[in-house]
Design a binder for this molecule. Structure first.
Ligand code: ARG
Length: 466
């Protein structure tokens, strides 16, 4: 069988090795629903423009439905001679309708077709990503109430820094995933422009109506320049970038919970259904899902790199190189979706190890900064207060006591102006209560943020991440 795209200009058939080398149907089969839908919209537009009769259009649309059904059932045989999904659909149509089928490709090229199909596929995939992110945000929010009073250390440089309420962490993740959803919404705007009708590269001399097809396919508009459109894969790059940031956020979270679930931290217990055992060490309960989530970010970031290098230096406009965009972008979506599908139930099912956290929370002088700020409030210059608290912490370390346990006289030895009221901000529970700036871990601030997100993530608008 010879490819329908080989016109009369060819005297020779295609080398079998070239067919194997260049086929893409193996992976772009995934575009078939979008290809069918795009072809039907194209046919209807052609009919309205007088380029097809109503009967021809009807026959084409019905037969395309039939072909779509066979592709969904896996009963349409795939042949590498037909290269890609677009030619499979068209050839099946021609096999069934003859010359009527041969009219579908009027004012269309696979160049604008593949771009449109990919845009529609990515649009659906982005919507799924946003939906899964919302579920994950809701899982974090769901933890806030139950963990409301647990105090955990906040770290900088992975050294104990200041005390925070556990929900402050959960809210921090909600923020990150909110930005991811905003990036998706923004990227989707540029994905959601219709390429159909730019044909191969220069447009067409035939009287098509691009706006019609764009509307029928749910695009918000049409791309402006045919040359740009034929070459443009920014929408693939942007999606790959957005997914890389999601994967990076997931990886950071996974890393944190891997640490937190170690015996050294002992802060959290992952649900057993999300852990695996060791084939040799019977006592082990390993956080493999978290490790794989961290590990899989590598391929998502790698795919972004692949795509950037792929398009770098391509002359305008369509080049066959662009066929190589599918596997990386499909893989990025598959990978991120797989991670997100597990992340939400894992977050919901994990348990904080309250006793373990409590037992070590007074270690590390988490209240030192609060003490310093108390001294500033009493009129001491920050640099002097910083220095004095350093000396006071040093003294407490020497005596192996917490700041709350250190006698007032020992503090006064370093800073004679201190009085008994200074003790009120000491101890992590007291220290937490002293926070008041917007966005801080103060109980009031945290409660406000919980209330904000409870409303935000419940509303219909949440799905649009404005
Ligand atoms: N399979 C091709 C791709 O994914 C479709 C476009 C082919 N166009 C062409 N002129 N050979 O990019």
């Amino acid at each position: 069988m010879e490819s329908p795209s080989r016109g009369g200009v060819f005297d020779e058939g295609t080398d079998a090795r070239v067919l194997r080398f260049s086929e893409s149907v193996r992976f772009d089969l995934r575009l078939f629903r979008h290809d069918i839908r795009g072809s039907q919209a194209h046919a209807k537009m052609l009919a309205r423009q007088g380029l097809l009769t109503t009967q021809e259009c009807q026959a084409i649309c019905e037969t395309l439905d039939e072909i779509g059904g066979e592709l969904a059932a896996g009963s349409l045989p795939l042949k590498i001679e037909l290269e890609d999904i677009h030619m499979h659909v068209e050839q099946a149509l021609i096999d069934r309708l003859g010359d009527t089928g041969r009219k579908l490709h009027t004012a269309r090229s696979r160049n604008d077709q593949v771009s449109t199909d990919t845009r529609m596929w990515i649009r659906d995939a982005l919507d799924r990503t946003a939906e899964l992110l919302l579920e994950l945000q809701r899982a974090f929010l769901g933890r806030c109430e139950a963990d409301r009073d647990v105090i955990v250390p906040a770290y900088t440089h992975l050294q104990r820094a200041q005390p925070v309420l556990a929900p402050h962490y959960w809210l921090a993740y909600i923020e990150k995933f909110q930005r991811d959803r905003q990036r998706i919404a923004d990227c989707r705007k540029r994905v959601n422009q219709c390429s159909l009708g730019v044909a191969a590269v220069a447009g067409t001399t035939l009287p098509i109506d691009r706006q019609q097809t764009a509307n029928a396919l749910g695009f918000t508009g049409i791309t402006r320049n045919s040359l740009d459109t034929s070459s443009d894969r920014d929408f693939v790059l942007e999606s790959a970038f957005v997914l890389s940031v999601v994967a990076t956020h997931l990886s950071g979270w996974a890393e944190e919970w891997i640490l937190w679930s170690s015996a050294e931290f002992g802060f959290i217990q992952c649900p057993q259904a999300f852990c695996t055992g060791s084939s040799i060490m019977p006592q082990k309960v390993n956080p493999d899902v978290l490790e794989l989530t961290r590990g899989k970010s590598a391929r998502v970031i790698g795919n972004l790199q692949t795509l950037l290098v792929l398009v770098k230096g391509l002359p305008m406009a369509y080049n066959r190189d662009l066929q190589e965009d599918k596997e990386p972008i499909f893989d990025s979506f598959d990978t991120v979706h797989a991670c997100l599908e597990l992340a939400a139930p894992l977050v919901a099912g994990a348990r904080l190890q309250r006793e373990r956290i409590e037992a070590s929370i007074e270690q590390g002088y988490l209240d030192a900064t609060t003490l310093m700020e108390q001294m500033i409030r009493q009129g001491m210059p920050q640099r002097r207060a910083h220095h004095l608290v350093g000396a006071i912490v040093g003294e407490a370390m020497k005596r192996r006591v917490t700041l709350a346990e250190l006698p007032l006289e020992a503090m006064q030895h370093h800073a004679p102006e201190l009085d008994a009221s200074i003790k009120e901000c000491l101890g992590t529970r007291q220290a937490i209560k002293a926070f008041r700036s917007e966005g801080s871990t103060g109980p009031q601030q945290v409660d406000q943020q919980i209330a904000f997100w409870a409303k935000e993530l419940q509303s219909d608008e949440a799905t649009r991440a404005q």
